[in-house]
Design a protein around this ligand. Structure first.
Ligand SMILES: Nc1nc2c(c(=O)[nH]1)N[C@H]1C(S)=C(S)[C@@H](COP(=O)(O)O)O[C@H]1N2
Ligand SMILES: [Mo]
Length: 433
């Protein structure tokens, strides 16, 4: 079932929908006029009172730029560009209202240059080498004909999702919550192919390589080359995929073939995959070392430089929920007494046990109705009906709790230089009357 899409679907008009926001675009004066001077939400999704965010922005010398919307063939024009070189675009939470994220709404994350689309997808070759008994060269055509294809709906989430909530700001693309999507992926479990190659006892880690050119144009440098522990590579949900939502995998999402390593940072899900080298130790390619996709072992002082020796590789992503309807900034008619909410939640390698929503900044919570995942690593949709005591300005907060009982915090905590693990609760502002 696909929900209606677009912003503020049930809410009618919108009083302020710019992302990060709400500080961008049309300018503060116009916004103030619309909503009577109240500034909903701080720009970073953090805990700074709205009025403070407004004062800070007003004092800034240059007016902040509004969101830049993506113009890309086959892509929804409401995706927000976070970077152009390389091309990175996120999906506003309200665009993630479909049970299965359509391709046009799926976020984009590149680290290098986009390769040209291949003319003959089935001839694309993948090499499996390293700590294997038989080095393998296999084409996409052979993958399709020699193995049993499986389709699973699974979340792909950028390791930096939620980064915009860190204070002080962390380095990297300033994702709000839209560096994630949940698509139907068709392909074969990587484990099947690794079994054909035959893992040696020494096999500990994978190293992924691809066809996209480094941003500098230097062909000798891999753009990004990450890997995972062999146990994760052998999990039947880790797949080599060639189709997305029943369509041939689009070039922008790594077609003709990519990895999907669900539950772990999206960077492990190599697009335009050409080679997997099995290693006898942790991989050390670009994206594996120093602060990349790593979390502090001993919590560090926010803003400090950090010591790489105090960092470990991030594996499972943390629990997160998003409100997908209404959209942030939705406006409702005076006298509206009930709000119907919809959302999604997921929790890396775990499942979501419960989702709660609040209209009073977390002073009290109401349990949402939570759906089961279709299969492991699928997201879990949720709904809730909220009673509103009066007209006025409300912030709605959503908080998911994972199957181990760990809930989302109010703020992005455990600061680290590149801003991983930020899973502050999502909140939206609505205006009634
Ligand atoms: N070859 C290659 N694979 C890659 C990347 C890349 O830059 N090059 N980016 C990674 C990152 S950081 C993420 S979050 C996902 C994003 O996948 P998408 O663009 O299909 O959403 O792809 C991963 N795979
Ligand atoms: Mo990513």
């Amino acid at each position: 079932m696909a929900h209606e899409t677009g912003d503020a679907a049930e809410g009618g008009s919108s009083f302020n929908t710019s992302r990060r926001g709400l500080l961008g675009g049309t300018g503060l004066a116009a916004m103030g006029a619309i909503i009577g001077g109240v500034m909903p939400l701080s720009p970073d999704g953090g805990g700074i009172p709205a009025a403070h965010a407004q004062a800070g922005a007003a004092a800034a010398p240059a007016a902040p730029k509004g969101p830049q919307y993506l113009k890309f063939p086959g892509k929804n024009d409401k995706l927000v560009v976070l970077g152009e070189k390389p091309l990175v675009a996120e999906t506003p939470e309200s665009l993630l209202d479909d049970d299965t994220t359509p391709i046009d709404k799926f976020f984009i994350r590149n680290n290098g240059q986009l390769p040209d689309e291949t003319k003959n997808p089935d001839a694309w070759k993948i090499t499996i080498d390293g700590e294997v008994n038989n080095k393998l060269e296999i084409t996409v055509g052979e993958l399709k004909s020699k193995y049993k294809a499986v389709t699973r709906r699974m979340v792909l989430e950028c390791g930096g999702n939620g980064r915009a909530a860190f204070s002080p700001p962390a380095r990297g693309n300033q994702w709000t919550n839209g560096g994630a999507g949940c698509a139907e992926w068709t392909g074969v479990p990587l484990a099947e192919v690794l079994k054909t190659a035959g893992l040696k006892k020494s096999a500990k880690y994978t190293a992924h390589y691809a066809a996209d050119l480094h941003l500098s144009g230097d062909a000798s440098k891999p753009t990004i080359s990450r890997g995972v522990r062999i146990e994760k590579a052998m999990d039947p949900h880790t797949m080599l995929v060639w189709a997305m939502n029943g369509q041939p995998l689009p070039n922008i999402h790594g077609g003709p073939v990519r990895l999907i390593v669900p539950g772990w940072p999206g960077s492990a899900s190599q697009k335009w995959l050409t080679k997997i080298t099995i290693r006898d130790k942790e991989h050390d390619g670009p994206g594996m070392t120093e602060f990349s996709y790593r979390l502090a072992i001993k919590p560090m002082v926010p803003g400090d430089k950090g010591d790489p020796a105090n960092f470990r590789i991030m594996e499972s992503m943390p629990v997160r929920s998003i409100i997908t309807n209404p959209a942030n900034g939705a406006k409702f008619a005076a006298g509206t007494k009930e709000l119907k909410l919809r959302g999604a939640s997921w929790a890396g390698d775990l499942t979501v046990k419960q989702v709660d929503v609040s209209t009073d900044f977390g002073a009290s919570w109401q349990r949402a109705k939570l759906e089961k995942p279709k299969n492991k690593f699928d997201w879990q949709r949720w709904t809730a009906t909220l009673k509103l005591p009066t007209d006025g300005y409300f912030e709605i907060w959503a908080r998911a709790t994972d199957s181990k009982g760990v809930a989302q915090p109010h703020l992005a905590g455990f600061w680290n230089p590149q801003g991983y693990g930020g899973n502050a609760m999502h909140r939206i502002a609505v205006l009634v009357g």
